[in-house]
Write a protein that binds this ligand. Sequence first.
Ligand code: PMP
Length: 326
Amino acid sequence: MEYAKNILETIGKTPLIKLNKLTKELPCLVLAKYETFNPGNSVKDRMALQMVEDAEDAGILKPGGTIIEGTSGNTGMGLALAAVVKGYKMICVISDKQSKEKIDILKAVGSEVHVCPTDVAPEDPRSYYSTAKRLSNEIPNSWYVNQYDNPSNCKAHFLSTGPEIWEQTEGKVTHFVVGVGTGGTISGVGSYLKMKNPDVKVWGIDTYGSVFKKYHETGIFDKKEIYPYVTEGIGEDILPKNVRFEIIDGFTKVTDKDAAIYTQKLAKEEGMFLGNSAGAAIKGLLQLKDYFTKDDVVVVLFHDHGSRYVGKMFNDDWMKEMGYID
Ligand code: PMP
């Protein structure tokens, strides 16, 4: 018989799928690393399991313990799956701009969810960063994951996502394009691909309202770059340790409107029902078209599933309210 011993064993080994319509103006082959095939429907299952297992090995996470994380949803889902299988309690601290679906999904897999305001500075005691830290100080036998600075985040992608892309493309990948939040995906995959072939170019997708692009180009952490935005999962108002700026060749910023419209286009034109950061990633990739030539193999990573966005980017009333469509 062939079966997985538990749901965690099904993490990874996701397909690489050719894009056909949205990329037809480009001279090169564009392949999507399709992470929604993970059991929690996102790439984050990989790093969640790695962080939990590394914490167990280090003795930081002990039997009967509580896992606490500030998460926009996907990391929480990955951590919750690991917590269910391994017998830990899970608390997710989330910001109020996240979709209701994400919160309900976290509760469905047994997490306690605390919702915090988005429009406060990270150091404000009400922020989701501060709340997660406070809870971890108050609750005995708890572990604050901190995906932003936890090296196991980047390590998971160096050990699994990067090698998979390299093997699936038979070492022919020339460009890697991906949205950047904590930086784990771009840094882990990017550094693996560059280790195999230093000529591989690594492109980060950023949002308006986030500090990454300006910091990469100037070395300046410019607070004027920070303002509320709609796009979910990418961009930051902090510099996480997991963003390894030195392995990134460039950033491009995608507007909230374009990210939303391209999230719909992926579903309607490619049959790819994906999250909002996938829309940003494909639009960003199109913005980078001048860097691609005929023989290039461009891999874009799509982080999560469309079901978490049915109340937003897949709801035309919401799209109209936002002024994104007529
Ligand atoms: N897209 C989505 C939907 C996400 O949840 C995240 C994680 N915040 C990202 C993109 C960015 O990935 P990373 O944190 O590895 O940079």
